[in-house]
Design a protein around this ligand. Structure first.
Ligand SMILES: *[C@@H]1O[C@H](CO)[C@@H](O)[C@H](O)[C@H]1NC(C)=O
Ligand SMILES: *[C@@H]1O[C@H](CO)[C@@H](O)[C@H](O)[C@H]1NC(C)=O
Length: 376
């Protein structure tokens, strides 16, 4: 055999081995039993230890633990594994809008996704090279998130711990919104380890039932919003190379109440994980749910069924069951072999009921289901 042929053959073999033995994810077990759903509202201290590991696993309704990422940025490899994003979403009857700035270590990007009822979803993405500067908010309640270029500018600012200003200007989108909530409104802070020593983890703050007002201009369509509902999805984490999640998020008025739901399946270390991110909101209150499983209905690509693994409620967490029906979807794929990402978003409506020890709450709200899989 010619030398170049041998080399080519060896290289191809190496690539196939890498793909099969290293890059292909090992199938992860799905949670089919509950977690303790440990509440950390009365625990004080820091989210991270000095060694950059999660101090506790669980969830809280208030910011009881302080976020300081400085232990994470000491080495180059830590910096590559550290992922951050600030995302704002709003759901009105006619419009779903998602805007974000993310920094995943070696690249940053900003994206806007809009779904106007009765038309196909649209998106805009701006990849930001490492040498251009961005700001990421220091905590979910303070600091500024921002990026400016000649054709695009984004500025998320905290006017106070309960009020945010969200501004974007680009050729296709002009967005100027105020997100505000009440002083004592509950949200979910989630502390979820991916491995047993908790050096890989996801720390998130998801805050729903924000009152949203302002203007959104998409091409020639202008929406003047007043008294709409939206959410913040603020995430920081040290992720494994194979990242994966399935997220269901909805928000709207039903029966005169502000209702929101947040359900997420993430990779988890079963030993160290003390809570899931699943929860439900009624006005200013957060109701913790048991572990939720979400499955596409057999034989249908538009319907999902979800339910908690617990059939009924207890004092610590509630149960939920219902369906999601998609109207439209959008797929975004990037494949650079070693770095790869696939995101599928479905836009539609959730309907179902939550049972707490105090009774049953029915709901029907707009929202989205997102699948994300990546090598990053
Ligand atoms: C939203 O849609 C409804 C009908 O589905 C329509 O009557 C209404 O004018 C729309 N609102 C906006 C702001 O486009
Ligand atoms: C972008 O411009 C705004 C307004 O001029 C400014 O407040 C912000 O700090 C700038 N952002 C960056 C990353 O330089």
């Amino acid at each position: 055999m010619k030398l170049w042929l041998k080399l080519a053959f060896s290289f191809a073999l190496l690539a196939v081995c890498l793909e099969i033995f290293i890059l292909t994810p090992s199938p992860k077990e799905r949670l089919s039993s509950n977690l303790p759903q440990t509440n950390l509202d009365n625990t004080n201290g820091k989210v991270l230890t000095d060694a950059g590991k999660l101090s506790y696993s669980g969830y809280s309704k208030y910011p009881s633990l302080n976020w300081d990422p400085s232990p994470l940025t000491s080495s180059f490899s830590d910096k590559l594994r550290y992922k951050m994003w600030d995302v704002y979403i709003l759901y009105t009857n006619n419009l779903t809008l998602l805007i974000a700035l993310a920094d995943i270590g070696y690249i940053k990007n900003s994206f806007i996704i809009s779904y106007e009822k009765k038309s196909s979803p649209k998106s805009y993405e701006k990849l930001i090279p490492p040498w251009e500067s961005t700001l990421m908010s220091s905590t979910s309640l303070s600091g500024t998130t921002s990026y400016n270029s000649s054709s695009y500018s984004l500025l998320f600012s905290n006017l106070n711990p309960h009020t945010k200003s969200i501004k974007i200007s680009s050729s296709d989108y002009n967005i100027d919104l105020i997100y505000s909530k009440n002083d004592n409104q509950e949200s979910i802070f989630f502390f979820g380890p991916f491995n047993e020593d908790m050096s890989q983890f996801f720390y998130a703050h998801k805050s729903y039932n924000y009152n949203v007002k302002g203007n959104v201009k998409i091409g020639n369509n202008e929406y003047i919003l007043d008294n709409e509902l939206g959410l913040m999805d603020w995430g920081r984490g040290v992720w494994p190379y194979q990242g994966k999640w399935m997220w269901a998020s909805g928000n709207g008025i039903f029966d005169g109440k502000k209702i929101a739901l947040n359900m997420e399946e993430l990779p988890k270390d079963f030993k160290s994980s003390k809570a899931s991110e699943d929860c439900f909101f009624v006005d200013d209150k957060m109701i913790k749910l048991g572990v939720v499983n979400l499955n596409q209905k057999k034989g249908s690509d538009k319907v999902w069924e979800f339910k908690t693994v617990n059939v009924g409620p207890n004092e610590m967490f509630a149960s939920i069951k219902g369906i999601f029906v998609a109207e439209e979807s959008m797929v975004k794929k990037t494949n650079l072999w070693i770095i790869k990402s696939q995101i599928v978003q479905y836009f539609g409506e959730f309907e179902g009921e939550v049972e707490t020890v105090d009774g049953i709450i029915r709901f029907k709200v707009r929202g989205l289901v997102e699948y994300h899989e990546s090598r990053w």
